[in-house]
Design a protein around this ligand. Sequence first.
Ligand code: CP
Length: 314
Amino acid sequence: MGFQGQHIISIGDFSPADIRQLLHLAHRFSQQPQPDLFAGKLMATLFFEPSTRTRLSFEAAMQKCGGRVIGFSEASMTSTKKGESLADTIRMVEQYADVIVLRHPRDGSARLASEVSSIPVINGGDGANQHPSQTFLDLFTIDTLFPGRLETHQDKPLVVAFAGDLRYGRTVHSLLAALSHFPVKILCCAPRGLEMPEHHIQLARKAGVEICDIPDLATAVREADILYMTRLQEERFPDPIEFDHVKSTYRLTARLLRDAQPSLRILHPLPRINEIDRDVDSTPHAYYFPQAGTGIPVRQALLALVLGKELSHG
Ligand code: CP
């Protein structure tokens, strides 16, 4: 669908060509600073749910290119507390800013915001649904680690194992949809009750992706090129007893990594809680902190595209 002036709501709205365009531009941002590109532009970050990486990396991305930022990270200090609707909040903020980044606990809230907004809305995560800018960041990381493997024609599929809470983790839903454009094999490793929802699996299969369940992390470690870990989304569990039952059932340790291929890389959208032991951080497989760092060039690329800003050559 292209990017300029568009809302960024679901990764499913973007073609492989769109994804490649975004990744190409992000690579350029990572190599060539653009200190004045967003001069005169104002981004509003409306975060109705906690965030460290998404909000700060969007804000850093804007400010490093000369743009400015308004917004909030604590909705209880806004007029939402007095009962103002999300739609009315968006109708106000569009008077002030050029682009909105929204995080909200309700599935579908970003789509709703886009329907009333005349300026681009970027979904910074809506409930358990989608987190498209994280997906672009994840794809950029994979493309950097395994150059050329995210081409549409490859003989050998890249093996990506998703592990942890695949039911409520929105990042894995978005990433599975995006990876379905490319030659990948997907392994799913989840505690009972937290499996990948069936409709996401069916969509991937329809796109021609081989996707299967595996029983444990040890199998994922042996077979994968990329092990994408996720935390248990405690805040989305309807029943705290269910959460207590499954917590700590999946824990990656350096010991478990002894059987890994040397090229295995571990990704995680972060925050990490207990699912990756601290002793994994110093192994050559750990890549989740550099992954978070790619949030800056990827979000700069996304902002440049939706704002219609061309990079200078130099
Ligand atoms: N990855 C991610 O969305 O992190 P935050 O919740 O800190 O933004």
